[in-house]
Unconditional design. Sequence first.
Length: 485
Amino acid sequence: MLEKIKKEWFTNVRADILAGAVVALALIPEAIAFSIIAGVDPMVGLYASFIIAVTISFVGGRPGMISAATGAMALLMGPLVKNYGLDYLFAATVLTGIIQLLFGIFKIAKLMKFIPRAVMIGFVNALAILVFMAQVPHILGESAMTYIFVGVSLIIVYVLPRFVKSIPAPLIAIVVLTAITIYAGIDLKVVGDLGAITRSFPEFFIPHIPFNWETFVIIFPYSIALAIVGLLESLLTSSIVDDMTGTESNKNREAKGQGIANIITGFFGGMAGCAMIGQSVINVKSGGRGRLSTFVAGVLLMFLIIVLGDLVVKIPMPVLVGIMIMVCIGTFDWSSFTYLKKAPRTDATVMLVTVIIVVATHDLSKGVIAGVILSAVFFVTKIAKIRVTERTTTDVIFFDIEGQLFFASVEEFIDSFDFQVKEKNIIIDFTNSHVWDDSAVGAIDKVVMKYRENDNRITIQGLDATSKKLVEKLTIIEKSNLLSN
């Protein structure tokens, strides 16, 4: 136990602290921006980011991953806040956490294995595009100096790591360029322009709502949507960080951890959140690997607000925009263009559809769900090919079946037989096939009954153990003299 704690918390202390510092600085403008999207006070997003990051550092299943208030979740909250008010949002956040906790307990994370690689690639690329698009409003229509500072930030973050590896380049960019802006009196859009920051700690309170069935009916649809989107984004981000670090994570523990974090957040005036791929990538690329980096990001975020709030509001937005653009460049899978040429056409289509839907709707869940459904359709179409070969001897007509017999292939299976023959011995051989479902058994029944109408004698042979068991269980026709070993 102690060895595990040491490994997850204290094997990378210096790099984790510095990476956490970079993330904390980048979290502030994002948390404020997401609060505005949700239609709430900026402190709601900042409190959520602080509480979720600190909580998940202890209970999450993926060390080094950053969780906080996110844009995907904020988009879902807007209508609830607008129609019912802030207290209903806090109640929905608590219920979201409870649902996620139950998902974790019932090991819902196992469903991750059903998300194809093409969908994962599309998810990552779409997220990189969305993060980039979120930076554009902070650049367009601003002064020439804005473009200069964005450019200088990009250069620092890109070039400096080649010469200085002890301190994360984004942290150097933020400190140096903020100092230059303040002392030179350069007029730039700053963090404080996004919203007011209150220098106070979050306080525990119970949402002021009626605790009745009507309230539950109001908040449940929002909570279930938030729970699914939050877990989807968190588990996908967890898989991405797994790949980046070459380590494994506990997906079910992560699901439970997200639930616990959101329950606590709701009781301390924060909105629901989840893992953030952009900040997680910043953390990993800045050297963060352990739980300490996530903990430091959350604690330092609150420290910056409480103690250094006057300085934090002066951080130039162009600097943070430059850092986030580099994150987008690093996050986007540039090999996707080669993938589009080399991958099967169906996989390439799935990847493109996932990207297009996510970017068009700004909803990660819709893109991923569409990608998974499309993959399933392509897969079913691909394996729904069944071949029936007829061979005749003096006394017997043989039908050799090749392929998978299930709901999508039964029509082709039935159409392959000639039911005009009479008084023949017919053997249908399933040695090179497998019977999967009730539709398949129904198709076999139909073929057998049609042949028996013309006084043919039918024998089914070659069924493997699983197929034979299913046929014996579901067939509606008399089985004696029908099934052969």
